[in-house]
Design a protein around this ligand. Structure first.
Ligand SMILES: [Ca+2]
Ligand SMILES: [Ca+2]
Ligand SMILES: [Ca+2]
Length: 468
């Protein structure tokens, strides 16, 4: 069944990609635009995927990633677990957007996701598998918004939601299947800003059936974002989640999460950039499911980041410092739950490439070095140190609820989880093709040694994305 995908890849690679790739390498360090191939310019002028005077537009994406992981799950080099393995993750998307008349847009997109060559079963979420989801409906929505004369709009259906930098609500694009919601978004343009009011349920994955949404999990929110003030994006939000079972996506809960986020606009402060986010959380969270026992919940989390880029230097080096904190449960037998609920994030972006951490029960301090040797080419080296906020609470994986290790109940142990080094390389070859790769090493700390095997872990990947 993958023959059409391979053909599509080849079709994209051969005419534009392969020769240009060589040119770019030879031409370094001159900027690749100077050698822009005529075929790409011609393609842009006669987009074959647009028809009926732009009223219909096809879109497609093919992504293939190879991964190798050692001791990411067992931290034990003496045991060759099914998760100590190499595998491939393949994802294909095909979409069609129609704009039959002015305020109306209709969009549908299918997605086929597969995991190949892994020893673990291809069941999404099991043993960390990204797993299979046979061709299914990723998006199907209708939007009414003209964006010119009338500053309000409405979007209804199945769609990805991305808010802020996706620390609480994101489409989890790193994952081979990702995350979408069934719901509605009403929005209003206000000056240089926009207010979204949304309501919906996360879609859950059924590998061989059409994916339903989880009617027991309702997320509602008001999210205001503006570029009006201080050379920054300023955001204020309130999120409400009512989750009445704990079969999918973590603990049953009814939580309110108000927050603010600020992020400097590119170039607004010369080479300096900054970002900050603070979220509080209150409500009730189920501490056990059988029987269902809910506790009052009070938690918070924040993120601080600052950096400087030498924009005049040829490789545009950037150095950044960041610190993330999320509260954990100080006392599992206490009357209040204080373990921050991470909701629906895209955590791969934030707490190390190995996906061992969530914005929950965590201190993460990091220093980040980046360069752009040529246009479209980037290299980033991040060094993280991770600590538990509370050793009486678990160490949670990137999904925000699966423990990597359970709490060290009643014992005095170090909260030091370890250090992670992440090297990430990216190359936007042309407007159709992106190549990325990375390598991560995790040095285990005192908490890991005190609670079980503590071998270091390694992770590497290579990813090719083709799309239009
Ligand atoms: Ca192992
Ligand atoms: Ca498998
Ligand atoms: Ca499915």
């Amino acid at each position: 069944m993958n023959r059409p995908l391979v053909l599509l890849l080849l079709a994209l690679l051969i005419p534009q990609g392969a020769t240009r790739a060589d040119d770019t390498l030879k031409a370094a360090p001159t900027r690749p635009e100077s050698g822009k191939s005529a075929s790409i310019v011609a393609a842009a002028e006669t987009d074959p995927w647009v028809c009926f005077d732009g009223k219909l537009r096809w879109s497609a994406q093919e992504r293939l990633r190879g991964e190798i992981r050692e001791n990411n799950f067992d931290f034990n080099r003496a045991v060759n677990a099914v998760t100590d393995d190499a595998w491939a993750l393949q994802r294909f998307r095909l979409g069609l957007t129609a704009q039959p008349f002015a305020p109306l847009t209709l969009m549908a997109e299918g997605q086929d996701s597969r995991e190949f060559g892994s020893d673990r079963p291809n069941v999404p979420g099991a043993l960390g598998a990204e797993g299979d989801d046979e061709f299914d409906l990723r998006q199907a929505w209708m939007q009414i918004a003209d964006g010119v004369t009338f500053p309000v709009g409405l979007k209804v259906g199945r769609m990805p939601w991305n808010y802020g930098d996706q620390r609480l609500i994101g489409d989890f694009d790193w994952n081979n299947i990702g995350r979408v919601f069934d719901g509605l978004v009403a929005f209003a343009e206000i000056g240089k800003g926009r207010l979204d009011l949304f309501f919906g349920s996360p879609v859950i994955i059924q590998p061989t059936n059409l994916n339903p949404d989880d009617g027991h999990d309702r997320l509602a929110g008001a999210y205001f974002s503006t570029k009006e003030w201080l050379g920054q994006t300023t955001e204020v939000y309130v999120l409400h989640r009512r989750h009445t079972n704990a079969i999918n996506n973590g603990q049953a809960q009814e939580t309110w999460t108000p927050g603010v986020r600020m992020s400097s606009l590119p170039g607004a402060y010369d080479g300096w950039d900054y970002e900050g986010e603070f979220a509080g959380q209150a409500g009730t969270v189920a501490s056990s499911t059988t029987p269902l026992v809910s506790k009052p919940h009070e938690a918070f989390a924040f993120h601080l980041q600052g950096g400087y880029t030498w924009t005049e230097m040829t490789w545009k080096p950037r150095i950044g410092l960041l610190y993330d904190y999320a509260s954990g449960n100080a006392n599992p037998n206490g009357s209040t739950d204080t373990s921050f609920q991470n909701l629906f994030p895209t955590n791969h972006k934030f707490y190390g490439g190995m996906d061992l951490f969530a914005w929950r029960n965590l201190h993460d301090g990091a220093i980040s070095f980046g360069i752009e040797p040529w246009k479209g080419v980037s290299a980033k080296l991040d060094l993280h140190t991770f600590w538990l906020a509370e050793t009486a609470d678990a160490w949670y994986r990137a999904n925000g609820w699966t423990p990597v290790r359970p709490a060290a109940s009643g014992r005095e142990v170090s909260g030091h989880l370890g250090e992670e080094v992440d090297l990430v390389l990216g190359w936007k070859i042309n407007r159709f093709l992106t190549l990325g790769g990375g390598y991560s090493h995790f040095f285990t700390g005192g908490f890991v040694r005190a609670t079980g095997p503590s071998s270091d872990a390694d992770f590497g990947y290579l990813q090719l994305t083709a799309g239009f």
